[in-house]
Ligand binder design. Structure first.
Ligand SMILES: *Cc1c(COP(=O)(O)O)cnc(C)c1O
Length: 496
């Protein structure tokens, strides 16, 4: 290349290739022996700071090669690997390796997917990705939508569209404070905390949420939902949306979506589904009934970075009538000479969501969808569910483990010491403390990683499998480790 400015930002072609190949070599080694590493090193922030070094920002630049090799070492030696075959915590998947390459490519092109004019092909790829996601989970491909950073943002994006659709029209001008009626949203008490954040941040206040109790199967109690809506209307409030959860974060339960849909129809409410974790399982033929009603949803949140194996970050909002997104998010400053969305088939994603400049997160989702294919996903998701059932069955067989719940790919269970004869309140209190300590000990041990759930006041160990590297052997080994650790802790705690 001729006519270059002299600067410290440029990396010349030969050097870029050399550093790039070295980095790819390091990354392929990492993927290859990820199962040999501890899931996490459990170093304290203090120890990590020491490893990182208290350096000041260099005044003069350093060589890229040296920086990348140092960064690789820091990360590969001091991270928690959710790609590890024995990672079962929270809901973070093992990411499809193609995502790493996709992000490299996306950052190289650096498309700004806020406006079609700035990202001609990237915008088309995102549109196709959205269409595929809708088709994949089994709703009409005419749903429109947008990729966002994750489940929280996907739910927020839908929450605001619901408000536009159902609240008095002057809210956009006058804000909520001028509205005499309180806008109420409804959800089961197992709903993820995003709804709290949304109600608080968007000016509704946490008192505007009705946490509907669950029935014996841990699904939203529809009778109580109906009653509460009627009561609110009587009090002069304005119900506007109901949230059904498709795979709750603690135990994987799917609400009765069909019943919620018909309640929403009856009362003219927006029907939103939080399917951040679970909705990809709608693709499994045997689970069709469980997800009946999803076609009725006005909006759906799903997280490709969970059960679709995208690298972080990738969430998605789907909306049955995408005009509500435009009505919510579009504004046209004089300094944007863009064609409006839909003019000549163009789509400016800044008119579909909260972000203005946007990265090309669609690429990794689009590539993984094709590399794996819909049959590939059906197989992966089915296997994850089967492995979770296996976890549950092994807990059932093991006398010191009490199985508690198993839904989708989440199993919960707890450790009960052999010959444990305590009864009543004292028993539950001891078991809760013991199992809480056990979760911490297992996490710190680094051999496997799981998280916790509280089910009917029982403190449980919780494993969620969204992990294409996990095998039956990993689960058998994990059960052994858990029991061994449980016995050890119990011995120590009994002495105290
Ligand atoms: C994970 C999850 C969220 C939050 O998603 P993030 O991607 O962590 O922002 C919301 N709802 C449900 C049901 C989830 O499982």
């Amino acid at each position: 290349m001729t006519n270059q400015r002299e600067n410290s930002i440029q990396i010349d072609k030969d050097e870029f290739r050399k550093i790039g190949y070295e980095l790819i070599d390091t990354i392929s080694d990492f993927f290859d022996d990820i199962s040999e590493k501890p899931v996490t090193t459990s170093k304290s922030p203090k120890e990590l700071q020491k490893t990182l070094g208290n350096l000041s920002l260099p005044a003069n630049g350093l060589p890229a090669e040296q920086l990348l090799s140092k960064a690789s070492k820091l990360l590969f030696d001091n991270s928690l690997f959710n790609g590890h075959p024995k990672f079962f915590g929270f809901i973070t998947s093992s990411a499809a390796p193609i995502g790493a390459l996709a992000d490299l490519l996306a950052a190289s092109v650096n498309a700004n997917v806020g406006g079609q004019i700035l990202s001609p092909m990237a915008t088309e790829i995102e549109k196709q990705t959205i269409k595929w996601l809708a088709e994949f989970i089994g709703v009409s491909p005419n749903y429109g939508g947008i990729l966002v950073s994750g489940g929280n943002m996907a739910n927020f994006t839908a929450f605001l569209a619901a408000r536009t659709a159902k609240a008095p029209k002057d809210i956009k001008k006058d804000g909520l404070s001028n509205s005499s009626k309180m806008l109420i949203s409804y959800c089961s008490k197992a709903t993820h905390t995003w709804i709290d954040k949304a109600a608080i941040l968007f000016g509704h206040g946490s008192n505007s949420i009705r946490w509907i109790p669950t029935d014996a199967a841990n699904k939203m109690n529809i009778e109580l939902l109906e009653q509460t809506i009627k009561e609110d209307v009587k009090q002069g409030h304005q119900p506007f949306m109901v949230v059904g959860t498709a795979g709750d974060v603690s135990t994987g339960v799917v609400d009765n979506l069909e019943a919620i849909a018909s309640t929403c129809k009856m009362h003219d409410l927006w029907f939103h589904i939080d399917g951040a974790y679970g909705i990809p399982a709608a693709v499994i033929p045997e689970l069709k009934d469980l997800f009946a009603g999803i076609k009725e949803a006005d909006s759906i949140a799903l997280d490709p970075h969970k059960w679709l194996y995208s690298a972080l970050e990738a969430g998605c909002t789907l909306v049955k009538n995408p005009q509500y997104l435009i009505d919510t998010y579009s504004s046209h400053p004089e300094y944007y000479n863009f064609s409006l969305t839909e003019e000549g088939g163009s789509l400016n994603y800044f008119e579909y969501g909260l972000q203005n400049s946007r990265g090309f997160r669609a690429l990794k989702v689009w590539l993984a969808l094709q590399q794996i294919g819909s049959n590939g996903y059906v197989k992966l998701i089915k296997e994850d569910i089967a492995l979770s059932k296996y976890f549950y069955q092994l807990a059932e067989k093991q006398p010191e483990l009490e199985p508690i719940t198993q839904n989708l790919s989440i199993a919960t269970f707890r450790f009960i010491p052999e010959d444990f004869e305590e009864i009543g309140e004292k028993r539950e209190k001891y078991l809760n403390t013991l199992n809480e300590e056990l979760v911490n000990a297992v996490q710190n041990g680094g051999e496997l990683f799981l998280s916790n759930a509280i089910v009917e006041n029982k403190y449980c160990l919780r494993t969620c499998i969204v992990n294409f590297r996990t095998t039956k052997k990993d689960i058998e080994d994990s059960i052994e480790i858990i029991v061994k650790e449980g016995r050890k802790l119990n011995n120590v705690m009994q002495v105290i």
